[in-house]
Write a protein that binds this ligand. Sequence first.
Ligand SMILES: [Fe+2]
Length: 232
Amino acid sequence: MKADIHSHLLPGIDDGARHVSESESILCQLREEGLTHLAFTPHFYPAHDSIDRLLSRREASARRLAESPGFGAFTPAFGAEVYLTEALFNHEGIARLCYEGTRFILTELEYGVPFGKGVERKLERLINDLSLVPVLAHIERFPYLLNSPELVAYLREMGCLCQMNLDSFGNVFMKRKMLRLAGEGMVDYLGQDLHRTSIDSRKKKKILSEIDRADPQFVARCDAYALETIFH
Ligand SMILES: [Fe+2]
């Protein structure tokens, strides 16, 4: 895995890394594992934050981290993980939350809310009214997506893309369904969604080799698509 489009490793912004040294030790492990491209996507909760505030916190944090020696090893991208609630649409300039220089927006669906017209309408507003491409974060966390390739296909047809978290492939209850979605070409990106710790390297190797056995091209395909669309 060379590219990771989802992380909370900018220090002191959200529930991710608390300080530079915590970020640094994770970046060091990622570098040793061969990661070359890393996106920083702090949470944006529309009911409790403003876009201006998030972006200025993100910039200040990136500046602090940029001074650390490990940071230069990666091609970075900066975005946000945007919680998709009605309150999002009270904000001006939502497109500023996209990965910089793109129309792709990492979108976290609302937890505890079943899929229905409400969710669909909000996605449509991003796609049709704002011309954005929602990248649905860790789709495996939402049983209505994990259990329904048809719904995932429908959302992709609408204009959404899908991201999965690498460590979820290590979950025996999810693995088979995740591999099925990946094998059917429904998953565009991999991320690790790292917060304060990394995934154990041995565990990660095991997960990657299991994915490889099921679909030897999957990880390379995700890497290539991330490089083409997010890191450019
Ligand atoms: Fe996240």
